[in-house]
Design a protein around this ligand. Structure first.
Ligand code: ACO
Length: 365
């Protein structure tokens, strides 16, 4: 009998936050197509939708934007923690450690939307602070007049961002915000279900996010396309990988058995940004070649591009270093994690699945 692994098809919770339909390739956030939100709305509007259940009117949006802005500044207590960490630490480990340190010893049940706003607003500041520290650059204070996405780019680069880059990153962040019961979201709900606090649950989610099978894939996609180098080389290179029994980064998904709708939307956004770039041309050619070869080597598995494949193209087009790919995904997904944490708290019952013992028994029962 096959080993029980991976919780395939197990329903762990009912949710009003998003629908992921892997057969039809649908992704819906609280009644709206995610891909439409990605090209027509700002980060702030979709975060509001996921936390509060409806899109904000103008007055609500202004008040909410101000709340996010007010929580962007790095408190001295957190700065002291960051400065005590070794400068070689990868950003994801820094985020996980900082969130764990932020978890309050005082009783903090139930979690609140104010906590979600504060953690989400601070995350880009933490990423930018660490990136600039590692690059030997001075830390940038948040720029009050800029929206969440533009300010993120500003704090990373220290310069006013290119509006086309802001638009592309905004679309990516919206598409990365939420995706049902993925591994990191599940981890956050499990931790919260013990009545632990929101920062601890987010810290656990960050630990799950950094694995190469989850949020660590886009840098693998860049490495793969760099190694392929030219369109002529694509088929032979992909065949070698598949013959060795290895996986192609940016392909396959536990739920989607058709093209990931986020990949489709991100492909359009990247095309608008860098349609003439030979690297993008190579990405499109590699996608087509790989899908054909995956069907040849893994017939019937229905393996297509996932969100990470074109996320890599966007990150490259906006000149984000590879070390920041997974942190940028984290700056998106923190909204989904915290929305799920709030939902879990409303109906909470501690998660306690079972395992089947397959080891030996003592000789005498
Ligand atoms: N390349 C080659 N073969 C693959 C790939 C791939 N990218 N993905 C799956 N397969 C094959 C597996 O080898 C397996 O073959 P088998 O039936 O002969 O054993 C079959 O397809 C089923 O794959 P599983 O690994 O069982 O699928 P699972 O649902 O466990 O994994 C995952 C999904 C982790 C995304 C997987 O497809 C993968 O590792 N992809 C590459 C990494 C990646 O792109 N990750 C980003 C995911 S998106 C996100 O996290 C936001």
């Amino acid at each position: 009998m096959a080993k029980v692994t991976g919780l395939d098809g197990i329903v762990a919770a009912e949710t009003d936050i998003s629908l992921v339909d892997g057969e039809k390739g649908h992704l819906v956030y609280r009644g709206y197509w995610a891909k439409e939100l990605a090209i027509s709305k700002e980060y702030e509007e979709v975060a509001y939708l996921l936390w509060f259940g409806s899109l904000p009117n103008q007055e609500q949006l202004e008040a909410f934007t101000l709340k996010l802005q007010n929580n962007r500044v790095l408190p001295d207590s957190i700065r002291n923690i960051l400065d005590a960490l070794p400068a070689s630490m990868p950003v994801m480990n820094v985020l996980q450690t900082t969130f764990a340190a932020m978890s309050d010893d005082a009783p903090s049940w139930p979690p609140t939307v104010e906590q979600a706003v504060a953690l989400t607003a601070l995350l880009p500041t933490l990423i930018a602070y660490w990136h600039r520290r590692q690059s030997g650059l001075p830390c940038m204070e948040p720029y009050t007049g800029l929206g969440h996405t533009a300010n993120f780019l500003y704090m990373l680069s220290g310069a006013q961002p290119n509006p086309a880059h802001v638009k592309a990153l905004n679309a990516y962040l919206i598409l990365g915000m939420e995706h049902g019961m993925n591994a990191s979201t599940f981890a956050s709900r499990v931790v919260l279900s013990t009545q632990s606090d929101m920062a601890s649950a987010v810290s656990a989610a960050i630990g799950a996010m950094k694995g190469p099978l989850h949020g660590g894939a886009p840098s693998g996609v860049i490495a793969m396309l760099d190694a392929i180098g030219t369109k002529d080389n694509a088929e032979a290179w992909i065949r070698q990988v598949l013959e060795r029994g290895e996986k192609l980064m940016g392909f396959g998904h536990r739920v989607y058995k058709t093209r990931d709708p986020r990949a489709e939307a991100l492909r359009q956004v990247t095309e608008a940004l860098s349609g003439n770039d030979p690297w993008f041309d190579l990405a499109v050619h590699t996608e087509k070649t790989a899908i054909g070869l995956l069907e040849e080597y893994k017939p019937g598995r229905r393996l297509y591009t996932n969100v990470e494949f074109f996320a890599a193209s966007i990150m490259r087009a906006i000149a984000l270093p590879t070390s920041l790919f997974t942190p940028a995904f984290t700056a998106a997904r923190v909204v989904g994690w915290t929305a799920h944490i709030l939902e879990q708290a409303e109906i909470n019952r501690i998660f306690r699945p079972q395992s089947v013992y397959t080891g030996p028994m003592p000789e005498q029962l």
